[in-house]
Design a protein around this ligand. Structure first.
Ligand code: PEP
Length: 253
């Protein structure tokens, strides 16, 4: 099955509003005419609304980097799916390893956030991946399996259609140490097979699995050429219009 490649940029805690608008304007120019790749960007919360205005009429999608599972109430510092929907977010990144590592995110809280996003019609980029220790101890597949089962718990086929999985080995994020295309393909295949065991109805063939971890214009093509790699979640290289658009244009390399 042919899956539409999907490249998303996670800006993390970078860019003021002005800087975000500059970057979006640059991307609108450098990504003009791109139709065979879906593109999304995830600016910091403060820039989401102004960026959504700047993206009007563009095919670039808007994503949040997180959300909380309640609609409203006494949850100081949190942002609800309803609020994100109101400002035209189409995607939410959930379960990023930095959230798991620094902010106590667990498989259970990831699952609650995914369910809340889907309730509000936000599609989800669901992040999973093993740490270096886990890989060295031979636990890569068991960790990935636990994360997939935990994050997708209670979700039916209809909901699974709105999920994109991002496989991001933690040791490759922001380190300049990319997984080889073969290492990434092996993990992606395993994830797809796991999805096949969990869902019928062609979900496993249709679900897109992005690779994340030090993706650059130089290594993107080799990764994207792998059978089960359907896109990339890009951190550092998404902060610059030229490098991000070169990744999006991987087919032209
Ligand atoms: C990420 O933030 O999801 C990521 C993969 O970061 P980087 O590309 O900088 O490794």
């Amino acid at each position: 099955m042919k899956r539409l490649p999907f490249i998303a940029g996670n800006w993390k805690m970078n860019k003021t509003v002005e800087e975000s608008l500059d970057l979006v304007r640059g991307l609108k120019v450098s990504l003009q005419g791109i139709e065979d790749v879906e593109v999304a960007i995830a600016p910091p919360f403060t820039a989401l609304y102004p960026v959504s205005q700047e993206l009007k009429g563009s095919s670039i999608h808007l994503a949040s980097q997180n959300l909380f599972w309640e609609e409203k109430g006494a949850f100081t510092g949190e942002i609800s799916p309803m609020m994100l929907k109101e400002i035209h977010c189409q995607y939410a990144i959930i379960g990023h390893s930095e959230r798991r590592q620094y902010f106590g995110e667990t498989d259970e809280t990831v699952n609650r956030r995914i369910k809340a996003a889907l309730r509000y019609d936000l599609k989800v980029i669901f992040c999973i991946g093993e740490t270096l220790n886990e890989r060295e101890e031979g636990k890569t597949f068991s960790v990935i399996e636990r994360q997939v089962e935990g994050g997708l718990k209670g979700l039916g086929e209809k909901e699974a259609r709105d999920i994109v999985i991002a496989y991001e080995p933690v040791w490759a994020i922001g380190t300049g140490k990319t997984a080889t295309p073969q290492q990434a393909q092996e993990a992606h295949r395993f994830i797809r097979q796991k999805i096949e065991r969990l869902y019928s109805g062609g979900i496993s063939e249709g679900i897109r699995i992005q690779y994340g971890g030090s993706v650059t214009p130089e290594n993107s093509k080799g990764l994207m050429n792998q059978e089960d790699i359907d896109g990339a979640l890009v951190g550092g290289a998404s902060l610059n219009a030229e490098s991000f658009s070169r990744i999006v244009r991987f087919k032209e390399i």
